[in-house]
Design a protein around this ligand. Structure first.
Ligand SMILES: Cc1ncc(COP(=O)(O)O)c(C=O)c1O
Length: 377
């Protein structure tokens, strides 16, 4: 099976030898990593991350991957400020599942090629109490889209005008193959309302389970308390392993190597789509990350998936990334309500698909896209 479904790095992205060596040095250099310790994470890593984000280390909470931090953040915010949670449509499916489990009232915001529509955000912010906005502004999962700088400024202005907290989830920002990085919402806003989240899953290895949150001081303390009550201490060994990798100057070269492997896959997928699917669908052309988004398929993506799996290719149908309330939305649904919705908005979730180019090899990608295209015809 050729997998365009797995949002995971190709196996050769993971440098087992380097990480094994860093793990050994981490234990030998600081045996306290084998003991209990602060719930907010390994001190030296918090200091390094604090320096990178220009905040006190106490405001950095190192979590067991970004998703664990998302659970803590959502639990905390929904308890403190009951109200609707605003999300991009489409958005990360695991976050949607967490929000559903917590009973959150999730409201979708329309997007186009430049990311979420600020007008849609403004409308939702004035429509009722909002607990928080969840956004993945760079190389979004699932769409691969990046919020433009102009829209970032507008999102930050709107959040400030309405006093609404924002969670900026950014695990892919550093995995950039070309182009200039826009400023983060966190930088633009100053970190009073915007909490920044990221992870070493895409830049080192998902198996280390090291994510981090940069939160306002009060919230950071509450996130740390949640961490302590859930697992006492995080796994310091993997956090110290990542710190060792950084400390010996291996983070950037390793990231460059990973980007080289993934850039080739992104190029292979864009090239194959141009060759095989031109005129039959449209797709995003991300400058980084793991995913691209197929839109305007001439058949139902679920039907295409059934046929594709029978032919040896798998992907995730786009409707899985929409909140339940938006899933069946046709052109007359939520998107039509947005005057700002342009021609490339996701008018019909069932005609969309997420293709991950991160896992399959370039030749598998070419073959897989050619199979998909033959089924679309
Ligand atoms: C947008 C987004 N947020 C969070 C995560 C969670 O990553 P992790 O828990 O591995 O840090 C992912 C993983 O794919 C993701 O795509």
């Amino acid at each position: 099976m050729i997998s365009f479904a797995r949002g995971a790095p190709a196996p050769e992205c993971l440098d087992a030898e380097l990480l094994a060596d860093c793990a050994r040095s981490a234990i030998e250099g600081d045996p306290s990593v084998l003991a209990y310790g602060p719930g907010g994470g390994y001190g030296p890593l918090r200091e390094w991350l604090g320096g990178r984000h220009g905040v006190e280390p106490a405001r950095v909470i190192v979590t067991n991957g970004g998703l664990q931090g998302f659970v803590f953040y959502a639990e905390e915010l929904l308890a403190e400020r009951p109200g609707r949670v605003l999300v991009e449509a489409p958005t990360y499916d695991r976050s949607l599942k967490v929000l559903a489990r917590l009973g959150a009232d999730v409201h979708p915001l329309a997007m186009d090629g430049e990311g979420l529509h600020p007008d849609a955000l403004e409308r939702e912010l004035t429509a009722g109490e909002t607990s928080f906005l969840y956004t993945i502004p760079t190389f979004q999962n699932p769409s691969g889209r990046t919020l433009s700088t102009e829209r970032r400024r507008r999102v930050v202005e709107l959040a400030a005008a309405h006093g609404v907290p924002v969670l900026e989830d950014d695990p892919y920002g550093l995995v950039r193959y070309e182009g200039e990085a826009p400023p983060s919402l966190h930088e633009l806003e100053g970190g009073e309302l915007v909490t920044y989240a990221s992870s070493f899953s895409k830049t080192v290895a998902p198996g280390v389970r090291v994510g981090w949150f940069v939160a306002p001081a009060g919230l950071a303390a509450r996130l740390e308390a949640r961490a302590v009550s859930n697992y006492i201490s995080p796994p310091f060994l993997t956090q110290a392993t990542v710190h060792e990798l950084i400390d010996r100057g291996a983070f950037e070269p390793n990231l460059e190597r990973i980007k080289g492997l993934l850039r080739r896959r992104r190029d292979a997928m864009l090239g194959a789509l141009d060759r095989h699917l031109e005129g039959k669908a449209t797709w995003s052309e991300p400058e980084g990350g793991y995913f691209l988004w197929l839109d305007g398929l001439p058949l139902d993506a679920g039907e295409l998936l059934t046929r594709a799996e029978a032919a040896g290719v798998t992907f995730v149908k786009g409707s899985d990334f929409f909140p339940t309330s938006a899933r069946e939305a046709a052109p007359s649904g939520i998107y039509a309500r947005s005057e700002a919705a342009s021609a490339d908005s996701d008018l019909a979730p069932n005609r969309t698909a997420r293709l991950a180019f991160s896992y399959a090899s370039p030749s598998e990608i070419d073959e897989g896209v050619s199979i998909l295209a033959s089924l679309v015809r």
